[in-house]
Design a protein around this ligand. Structure first.
Ligand SMILES: [Zn+2]
Ligand SMILES: [Zn+2]
Length: 122
């Protein structure tokens, strides 16, 4: 039940997708991978804009311990903790506070365009 927002540069074809409450699974090196459709759920992650890195970074707001077999466990736990998928936190790369404000940020690819909110989907 993740919710995605697409931002597209008004000058080049660069785009960025922010995601609310995506199910994730720990990858081989501990990275936060989108849930592949099988195996255990690690929890829920938001993918937000880092103004410093100028790219999308993951912020894990729910980490199940141990990982659960069903996504419903993750959503029930998120509800219990009062999470709504709008949580923000520090960038895992540079520690800058991540933001949902990707609309009108300068395009990191062409440097002349501006990212614009284009649409969202579940
Ligand atoms: Zn651009
Ligand atoms: Zn960063």
């Amino acid at each position: 039940m993740a919710y995605s927002e697409l931002y597209v540069c008004d000058t080049c074809d660069y785009d960025a997708t922010l995601v609310h409450a995506e199910e994730w699974q720990a990858g081989r090196n501990g990275e936060i991978s989108p849930y592949p459709g099988y195996g255990a759920f690690g929890g829920l992650v938001n993918r937000l804009w880092c103004p410093e890195c100028q790219t999308v970074r993951p912020y894990v707001f729910l980490r199940l311990s141990p990982p659960a077999d069903h996504a419903v466990v993750a959503y029930a736990e998120a509800q219990r903790l009062g999470c709504d998928g709008r949580e923000t936190g520090p960038c895992p790369a540079c520690q800058t506070e991540l933001t949902w404000q990707a609309d009108t940020v300068p395009c990191p690819s062409c440097k002349t365009g501006t990212l614009r909110y284009t649409g969202g989907w579940e």
